[in-house]
Design a protein. Structure first.
Length: 503
């Protein structure tokens, strides 16, 4: 059953409470399974952004001075808020994004793991000390918050990606300004309420809804010291270039075209299961989705057969229906974009094995539906190979050898994730050393790191040098300071114009 459709007007979250903003422009939030408008979302103006950031900057001063114990207690309380309301968060994500409830629940769980990691920040923020580096002198390091930091997050993970950023930034002592996707913003507003219930001081967490105007205002605002972004490569590049020109620290995660190599010795059933799961989960709307399967040698034909068998059994439907395995795309515009790529693939000469364009879901005629789509004989130069589709379209490329397959994979301008299916340990080790991607799976099609490691790609999949959450998250949201200390010692007095040396 779909949730009752009711159009509401959303808000921003500024200073610890709902805020209507200027109310000059609005966007529409749709229920993806029906296509019906369920909410109007206000788009923040430049003035809204300035006002919100200034509130956050004032709140950041006291929060940055708060004890590690106080920050940790807020994170533990927030953890319990998310745990107790996980089903509510998942249903909101399913309604506005379209992913099935089990997938949305998994998203919430992976975000929760980052909150749990952030609960241990008192340990992770410990500095180092070297005693007696010179006579009567000690040296030690500190990690301190930046002030106001911002997160700009995508539509495909409306719960998880904000939770990759905000708990880390807050636990490190920063005020955090979140600009969620205007296509599914409601989960972010619910999390703002949860943080308030957890005891986070007013103004330390802000939600600004909006579009490019809000993003650009954050990128140039002098009080915003760092920006985290997840989205497409062109926008990631814009965020990185604009933010760094204005003196900000930036981590901007871009698009992907993740390859999975299937060697002739691979467990065929395991590979087919993995490719279908990674290619069609969340209707392919994942930056870690496998969109290219590189079949090496004689395994190609049986692999295609196994993929076809699994595709034929997939159940596509409303994400709130327990039997659905794949839901709709996020919007009507995105549906048109993905269908256009399928049209192009046909015209460019790829073999269309499974065509999802004719899919209809009973009782949901206005939903953004496209079924699992499979192409064979795909080659570089085709748009379905070169460009990020971000839909349930899996392309099979045939290669004669491992060397051909790895050259093909590494030639991609993207380097988010890559996988290999094989029972050969030597080949697996060679692959993990040679592949030019930031996250690598060995018989694991979606190698998303756990919270205590960091998430991020290479090449055009990442602009910046630090990844998201985990140890890199601590480094990104803090800056180092080294103190050299000596207490008064009469024997050490006297003018010395030479450069200090250890004695």
């Amino acid at each position: 059953m779909s949730m009752t459709t009711e159009t509401t007007t959303l808000h921003h979250w500024i200073g610890g409470r709902p805020d209507a903003g200027a109310g000059e422009r609005f966007g529409e939030v749709t229920e993806s399974a029906t296509g019906e408008v369920v909410a109007r979302v206000p788009f923040a103006t430049t003035d809204d952004v300035d006002r919100a950031v200034r509130v956050a900057a004032e709140a950041a001063v006291a929060w940055g001075r708060a004890s590690l114990g106080q920050r940790s207690r807020v994170m533990f309380a927030f953890r319990e808020q998310v745990r107790s309301r996980a089903d509510e968060l998942a249903r909101i994500a399913t309604r506005e994004h379209g992913k099935v409830l089990s997938d949305a629940a998994g998203e919430v769980h992976r975000g929760l793991e980052v909150i749990e990691f952030a609960c241990g920040l008192p340990h992770l923020l410990k500095g180092e000390i070297s005693g007696q580096v010179s006579n009567g002198i000690d040296s030690y390091s500190l990690r301190q918050p930046l002030g106001v930091v911002a997160g700009i997050t995508p539509f495909n993970f409306p719960v998880m990606v904000p939770l990759w950023m905000a708990p880390m930034a807050l636990a490190c002592g920063n005020a955090f300004v979140l600009k969620p996707s205007e296509q599914d913003p409601s989960a972010s507003l619910l999390m703002a309420e949860m943080l308030a219930e957890a005891g986070l001081p007013e103004g330390v967490f802000t939600v600004l809804n909006g579009d490019k105007e809000a993003v650009d205002a954050l990128l140039v605002h002098p009080e915003v010291k760092a920006v985290s972004f997840v989205g497409s490569t062109p926008v990631a590049k814009h965020v990185y270039e604009t933010g760094t020109v204005h003196g900000k620290r930036v981590q901007a995660l871009g698009g992907a075209k993740n390859h999975a190599i299937v060697l002739p010795d691979a467990d065929l059933g395991l590979a087919a299961d993995g490719l279908v799961s990674a290619g069609y989960g969340s209707a392919g709307q994942r930056c870690m989705a496998v969109s290219v399967a590189v079949a090496v040698g004689a395994i190609a034909d049986p692999l295609i057969e196994q993929l076809q068998e699994r595709i034929d059994k997939l159940v596509v439907g409303d994400g709130t229906d327990a039997g659905s395995e794949m839901g709709p795309l996020v919007s009507k515009a995105h549906l048109a974009r993905v269908r256009g790529y399928v049209d192009a693939g046909e015209s460019e000469g790829a073999t269309l094995v499974a065509d999802g364009r004719g899919l209809e879901v009973e009782g949901r005629p206005g939903g953004h539906w496209i079924g699992p789509t499979l192409f064979d004989d795909v080659k570089p130069g085709m748009s379905i190979y070169d460009e990020e589709i971000f839909g349930p379209v899996l392309c099979v490329v045939r290669a004669d050898s491992y060397d051909d397959a790895i050259r093909l994979t590494n030639a991609s301008p993207y380097g988010n994730g890559a996988a290999i299916f094989t029972n050969d340990g030597g080949a697996a080790r060679q692959f993990e050393q040679e592949v030019t991607a930031g996250m690598v799976g060995i018989n694991v099609p979606i190698p998303v790191p756990m919270a205590y490691h960091s998430f991020g790609g290479w090449k055009d999949s990442l602009f910046g040098d630090l990844h998201v959450h985990g140890p890199d998250g601590v480094r990104f949201y803090t800056r180092g300071k080294v103190v050299t200390r000596r207490w008064a010692d009469p024997a050490a007095r006297g003018v010395n114009l030479g450069f200090p040396v250890n004695e």
